[in-house]
Design a protein around this ligand. Structure first.
Ligand SMILES: [Zn+2]
Ligand SMILES: [Zn+2]
Length: 296
């Protein structure tokens, strides 16, 4: 799995930071969390073809998180996007989306399916599932979790010793089923072991709230807003945002492995101040830069 930051600023872009956008690539999936203005140019610079995007998850409908949508969707249509683009967002997303797309002389846009998500699990396949919980902000806002399922790894050495070759029997064992083979019972644990899946959580634009801790619980990677450092706590309270220290506290309470901060006010030329602010309470913190990559 790879995570790449497409934008790490808030409100308006700066020379070095685009607006909200994180790309999560996993097998054939390329999921974008938020789509701030300029996201498609960031994808271009990152070398990602827009046609490869499979899902767009919108946290909320403030401009810095959605103004990249019309342009990106227009490109999808022009490049004959294959399949149906899945868009998820909080309650009210259908109305906002319709209004936005009415603002242009667009004849047709890409095939899409827009789902309004309230809370809980909203997508699942064999490899992973997606969950959301409402956050506390000036507009309906969702935090998202990508949860990879546990999977079994087969140890071929052990399998061969029992006379097993690659094929349907081994397939059953990989799916966790006990099989009978040449009159003997073989359990999945006899030929392999379980590898735990990774959990990535994306939370932006919220006041501190219990749902943030709940959603982030035991995450391998928590991507979280840190609009201000804690000396500007009053501003964070006024606009419904987190300080870096708030994010560190949530990371701490949720027992996450790593915290990466994003969505920085343009007053911070470097993320170092924010990084240090969060590290007062949570050590494994890093401030994101545009195009930064993380492998899990
Ligand atoms: Zn924002
Ligand atoms: Zn906002």
């Amino acid at each position: 799995m790879q995570i790449q930051f497409l934008g790490t600023g808030c409100m308006m872009p700066t020379k070095t930071r685009n607006l909200a956008g994180v790309l999560l690539s996993y097998k054939a999936e390329n999921i974008i969390f938020d789509c701030g203005e300029g996201t498609q140019r960031q994808l271009k610079i990152a070398g990602v073809k827009p046609g490869k995007i499979t899902k767009i998850l919108i946290s909320h409908w403030h401009g810095d998180h959605v103004l990249g949508l019309p342009g990106l969707l227009q490109t999808f249509s022009a490049s004959e996007y294959q399949g149906v683009l899945e868009i998820f967002g909080p309650l009210g997303s259908k109305k906002f989306f319709e209004h936005m797309m009415k603002g242009f002389a667009v004849k047709e846009i890409v095939d899409y399916r827009l789902t309004e998500v309230e809370s809980g699990k909203f997508f699942e396949n064999d490899d992973f599932y997606l969950e959301a919980l409402p956050m506390k902000h000036g507009a309906p806002c969702l935090g998202y979790a990508f949860i990879e399922k546990n999977r079994r790894r087969i140890e071929m050495k052990k399998a061969r010793k029992l006379g097993l070759k690659e094929g349907p029997v081994l397939g059953k064992l990989q799916r966790g089923q006990t099989v009978s083979f040449k009159g003997k019972k073989i359990k999945p644990d006899d030929v392999g072991f379980v590898v735990g899946g990774s959990k990535v959580v994306y939370i932006t634009d919220t006041e501190p709230c219990s749902n943030a801790v709940k959603l982030a619980q035991d995450a391998d990677l928590l991507i979280m807003e840190a609009t201000y450092a804690s000396d500007l706590q009053a501003k964070a309270d006024e606009y419904g945002h987190l300080t870096a220290k708030d994010s560190g506290m949530i990371a701490n309470q949720a027992g996450v492995k790593k915290l990466v901060l994003t969505h920085f006010s343009q007053r911070y030329k470097s993320g170092k101040i924010l990084e240090e602010d969060a590290r007062q309470v949570f050590d494994n913190t890093e401030a994101a830069e545009d195009f930064m990559k993380i492998r899990l």
